[in-house]
Design a protein around this ligand. Structure first.
Ligand code: HEM
Length: 443
């Protein structure tokens, strides 16, 4: 294959906030176009109107200089967009080449985010990542999550009781956001009193990620969010000290008393981990639950299939919801060394350059999924990358999230079989997550 002409690059600029405000079908079509290119497109941080050009093509040659491309002096500002299933899997499973340490969100997080989340495991590489993950994953084994299942059932039953009693209009605030939040707080042993304030701060903290928010509010929120998150982390660190003295059977006790390789979590690590759990586990599950109700409403034949045999189809439905809606759109990595993607003839990525892994695009890759835009709860196999592409950073809460979704939908559809969304979900455009602000519903 020869060099790729700049004029061939599609008129798609993934760094442009306007792109993320396009309707979903237009974005899906743009990603389909990017997947057909012979090499990942390079997105310049300051490119205007169109992408900066193309990464060296799969024959290994480099295309000419383009806006935002690397220069002879070192890595250019911007990133290679990995949009194919195979490329996202490769980057996820080759952690010695594709580093998380320099940060995983795009655009670069504000300094306050790094201050709070810098120690958290998403932004660490081995050996520190492996060590921390060994400690915390003790609390997330399928066996322990099965124990948590009783609690998930209790919370789900209470939420559906409240829906019957108060007939709320919005599914997101009344059900989808509450379930994962209450479950994590119960796991961590967080007292009732500060929960409401914490949930408000989680919403602030994660609304700050992605490109779609106006500059003014992006600047204003961190001060508030920083103080609130810092307070929350202080509170969790204090709980940690107390549990170390008098352990109970909650997650905090397990984390502060676990001794892995002669090490246990420090107070700061515990606080950072709790913040990560809230941001990673509440928003994602809430958005998946809301997208799921809407998808099942928009596809009555799939809904009839599911409600006809919940035992048989619930697991498949949950994975198809995660594939189709892909709550987390992307994560970033940074090249540790020069690397050719896909083998010795692949495009050259240079040390220091960034790549962005587009999970949503990988989940619509037509070389992996037949009729990828269709919502099909019987899809088998369903090797979606909604929880990541595998490798050491694969979602720690994948099993918990699946359980929460299964339990909630079972409770909802068993007791209120007519439950369905009304109208379109109110979405918050973002390049980072498929966030639902509100979803009206009825039963
Ligand atoms: C539907 C719900 C969820 C989705 C779609 C989701 C998605 C993801 C994705 C895409 C990643 C990055 C994987 C990678 O970089 O390879 C991730 C990581 C992570 N997730 Fe989830 N997640 C969900 C629920 C949860 C829950 C419920 C928790 C915990 C309570 C959780 C905790 C984490 C943590 C701690 C990481 C970082 C793991 C590491 O860096 O080692 N997630 N998740």
């Amino acid at each position: 294959m020869g060099t790729v002409a700049a004029s061939d690059a599609p008129a798609v600029d993934l760094a442009d906030p306007g792109f993320w405000q396009l309707p979903a079908p237009a974005r899906a079509a743009a990603f389909a176009e990017l997947r057909r290119l012979p090499a990942p497109v390079f997105v310049g941080e300051r490119s205007v109107g169109r992408s900066g050009g193309r990464t060296g093509d799969r024959s290994g040659e480099q295309s000419g200089e383009r806006p935002g491309r690397r220069s002879a002096d070192g890595p250019a500002k911007g990133f290679h967009a990995l949009v194919r299933h195979a490329d996202v899997v490769e980057a996820s499973r080759t952690p010695a080449v594709f580093l998380s340490g320099p940060g995983v969100t795009t655009p670069e997080p504000a300094r306050w985010v790094r201050l709070l989340f810098g120690d958290s495991m998403v932004n660490l590489d081995d050996p520190r990542h492996a060590q921390l993950r060994r400690i915390v994953s003790r609390a997330f084994t399928p066996r322990l999550i099965t124990r948590v299942e009783d609690d998930i059932r209790r919370v789900a039953a209470r939420l559906v009781d409240q829906v019957e009693r108060h007939r709320p209009e919005d599914f997101v605030t009344s059900v989808a956001a509450e379930l994962p939040f209450q479950v994590i707080c119960n796991m961590m042993g967080i007292p009732e009193e500060p929960r409401r304030a914490i949930l408000d701060q989680v919403n602030h903290a994660s609304e700050n990620t992605g490109v779609a928010r106006p500059l003014r509010s992006r600047i204003r929120v961190p001060g508030k969010g920083l103080r609130a998150l810092a307070r929350m982390q202080g509170m969790v660190a204090e709980l940690g000290r107390e549990r170390r003295r008098r352990p109970t059977d909650d997650l905090i006790s397990a984390l502060v008393t676990a001794d892995v390789d002669g090490r246990r979590l420090t107070g700061r690590e515990l606080g950072a981990f709790f913040s990560l759990l809230l941001v990673a586990g509440v928003e994602t599950t809430r958005n998946a639950l809301a997208h799921g109700l809407h998808l099942l409403t928009a596809h009555p034949e799939q809904r009839a299939l599911l409600l006809g045999d919940l035992d048989r189809h619930l697991g498949g439905a949950v994975d198809e919801i995660v594939r189709h809606s892909t709550p987390i759109i992307q994560f970033r990595r940074t090249l540790a060394v020069d690397h050719r993607l896909g083998g010795p003839d692949g495009p050259l990525l240079r040390a220091g350059e960034k790549v962005v892994l587009y999970f949503g695009s990988a989940n619509r890759d037509e070389t992996v999924f037949t009729d990828p835009d269709a919502f099909d709860i019987t899809r088998t196999p369903n090797p979606h990358l909604g929880f990541g592409g595998g490798g050491p950073h694969y979602c720690l809460g994948a099993h918990l999230a699946r359980q929460e979704m299964k339990v909630l939908y079972r409770e909802l559809f068993t007791r209120l079989p007519a439950a369905r969304s009304v109208g379109e979900p109110e979405l918050i455009p973002s390049s980072f997550d498929h966030r639902v602000r509100a979803l009206r519903f009825t039963f």
